[in-house]
Design a binder for this molecule. Structure first.
Ligand SMILES: Cc1ncc(COP(=O)(O)O)c(C=O)c1O
Length: 436
């Protein structure tokens, strides 16, 4: 056992659930063996508590560090903010600079509010939409965080949100009275959307959705939703928390050609420094004045300065082109290795958010073995890759070599039927579940 695994055992006794983010639980990768904690992270190199170094060719700070860990231009801006004082009775002037920048990038929007995390920003957006329309029902598509308004979707049917990125979200603790206030529809299912929206005609405050995540929209899906919501006076909210700043500088909707009424950013916008933004049309955003939305740390300066430097970098360097080429290369590596070793996989995702799944009756067993073998070769890897500026050709060359080797080993173990025996710990988890 390394120091990281030891520390995690201790953590589980004093931190319910072990970590603050489900996606960072070691159980989601390699139970009992995942390094769990980091001492240092720079570029895409992560050093664990025992001094081992790995290339992170997985989630890069769960999607937060698009420019790479400890990215100098952003860190410099954050350090300056600390030197000048990160918190004060007066407001940070960067609130206005970041707002101006976001509005310049999104000319359809007029106003901006901030918070720190993605989930809370989505709760703010939903509250604003409900206030502006004086209606309650929200239609959702995608993952939007941990708050009551969203988990209420699962009050009627616990599996309602299963197709939306994270399965097993138990709505315990969410007031049962919220049942029926949030209802899900599937991406690219226009008929399904239409019949759901028709059923609740006149009662819908907002359609809240990720404009893109796994698949590109087909048959004008986003345009049709835009047209419908406009006709019916429904607020269209795009959750850009994961998709934003990956297809272009700003919201993915700019690349997809559809403007919402509200768009929400977090994660990649500050390259690891916490800031989320809710931007929108003034006709709707002014409702934020009629309801109480307020919090001390939403005014904090370091996140604002980190975001300002990140957005400026995105603007000046066409980062999305690099992310696209990383995604293309990685999908090509997976495909070629799978063909070489006749190891069936399914590849999906938009290029900067690529993923694959083993086609097998025990895909989680295969995934666990894959992560174990990649870790032994010095990679924090999973079956997904969130492309980063730090993923250089050299890192990808080494990743390619490891993938070909590992796919071959998995295939041999499949033929021998002994993958389970080769695992050094339990099989990884797939979604939300209680830890023992
Ligand atoms: C699309 C989307 N919305 C909301 C969230 C929640 O953001 P946070 O984890 O910062 O609360 C996430 C996080 O993964 C996300 O991907």
């Amino acid at each position: 056992m390394g120091k990281g695994q030891d520390l995690y055992l201790k953590a589980k006794k004093i931190i319910p659930g072990g970590t603050q983010l489900l996606s960072k639980r070691p159980e989601m990768f390699l139970p009992d063996q995942w390094p769990s904690y980091y001492e240092k992270a720079k570029g895409c190199v992560v050093t664990d508590l025992d001094g081992n170094e790995y290339y992170d060719v997985s989630y890069m700070g769960i999607g937060a560090c698009v420019l790479g860990y400890a990215f100098d231009p952003v860190d410099k801006a954050a350090e300056e903010a600390i030197e000048k004082g990160g918190m004060c009775t007066l407001n940070a002037p960067e609130e206005v600079s970041v707002a101006e920048k976001l509005l310049e990038l999104h000319p359809w929007a007029d106003m901006v509010r901030y918070s720190k995390a993605g989930g809370e920003a989505m709760a703010i957006a939903t509250r604003i939409a409900r206030t502006a329309t004086n209606k309650d029902i929200v239609l959702v598509c995608g993952y939007h965080g941990w708050q009551d308004w969203y988990l209420a979707t699962n009050l009627g049917d616990k599996s309602a949100l299963n197709p939306h990125h994270l399965s097993g979200l138990d709505p315990r603790g969410v007031p049962k009275e919220l049942k029926g206030t949030t209802l899900p529809f599937l991406y690219n299912d226009w008929e399904g959307f239409l019949s759901l929206a028709g059923k609740y005609e006149g009662q819908i405050a907002a359609v809240v959705m990720e404009p893109i995540r796994n698949d590109y929209p087909i048959d004008g899906f986003l345009q049709k939703i835009r047209h419908y919501t406009e006709q019916k006076g429904i607020v269209l909210v795009f959750d850009e928390i994961t998709a934003g700043f990956r297809l272009t500088c700003g919201g993915s909707h700019l690349a997809l050609g559809v403007n919402p009424d509200i768009a929400v950013f977090a994660k990649g916008m500050g390259n690891g420094y916490p800031l989320s933004a809710i931007i929108g049309r003034s006709s709707i955003m002014t409702a934020a004045q009629e309801t109480f939305i307020s919090s001390t740390f939403w005014t904090e300066r370091v996140g604002l300065c980190g975001a300002l430097a990140s957005i400026t970098y995105f603007q000046e360097h066409e980062v999305e082109k690099h992310l696209e080429s990383v995604g293309k290369r990685v999908q090509k590596i997976w495909k070629a290795a799978s063909e070489k070793h006749t190891l069936p996989i399914e590849i999906g995702g938009i290029l900067p958010l690529s993923h694959f799944g083993f086609v097998d009756k025990e895909p989680l067993l295969m995934k666990t073995y894959f992560i174990q073998l990649m870790l032994e070769r010095g990679f924090l890897a999973s079956t997904a890759l969130y492309a980063s500026l730090a993923h250089t050709v050299d890192v990808l060359d080494q990743y390619e070599q490891a993938i070909f080797e590992v796919f071959g080993i998995i295939k041999d173990a499949m033929i021998a039927g002994n993958i389970k025996e080769k695992l050094k710990g339990p099989v990884c988890h797939a979604g939300f579940q209680r830890l023992n």
